[in-house]
Design a protein around this ligand. Structure first.
Ligand code: FMN
Length: 175
């Protein structure tokens, strides 16, 4: 099974979840991991499973304004022009039968904020014609810039392993 993971990350937490997901997917096939900037300059993926995720900003997907806000909080370079929102807005409709999964990160600590990048990604993927392999999955960080909450990396890997197992099985039954 061939998978591609596309992620957006300002402080590295969603990137770490993307790598954990890739490790889980790798148990049942090949995986390519791309930042959204890399994905934007790469032809549309032709894979069995596309996994897309980003950080929750202002109750949903980042916008240029929230990316500017994030840039003030880190020395790491941040692409202001493109995020998962813009990448999915520009994406071509999914070929028939395409499968995908959505994930995101959000803060764990009270006050719990409504809204989830994972759910926003899931909605957009469905709109593009993808069938979702599972419900969008949120992973938690302890504060605005992280770190990941304890156990979240392992949970991401386990989630992806299960996804890979069920999708691999599905493909085997199609042939
Ligand atoms: C401008 C901005 C807005 C944010 N808004 C929310 C929010 O509405 N809900 C939430 O749970 N977390 C919010 N956060 C925290 C992010 O979810 C957190 O920074 C992110 O999960 C870290 O992932 P990253 O290291 O991959 O960027 C916000 C962060 C920033 C910088």
């Amino acid at each position: 099974m061939r998978s591609q993971v596309v992620y957006e990350s300002m402080f590295g937490n969603t990137a770490a979840i993307a790598e954990a997901i890739a490790a889980g997917l790798r148990t049942h096939g090949t995986v390519e991991v791309l930042s959204v900037c890399e994905a934007a300059s790469t032809p549309a993926p032709s894979v069995d499973l596309l996994v897309v995720g980003g950080p929750t900003h202002a109750f949903g997907l980042s916008r240029q304004r929230t990316r500017l806000d994030a840039a003030d909080r880190t020395d790491a370079p941040i692409a202001l022009d493109i995020g998962i929102r813009e990448w999915l807005d520009a994406a071509l409709p999914a070929p028939a039968g395409s499968r995908a999964a959505a994930f995101g990160t959000k803060v764990a600590k009270p006050p719990w904020l409504p809204g989830s990048a994972a759910h926003a990604v899931g909605k957009r993927l469905r709109r593009l014609g993808y069938q979702l392999a599972d419900e969008p999955m949120d992973f938690l960080v302890d504060g605005m810039t992280g770190p990941l909450s304890e156990g979240e990396s392992a949970r991401a890997r386990a989630w992806a392993e299960l996804l890979a197992f069920t999708e691999h099985d599905r493909i085997a039954h199609l042939h």
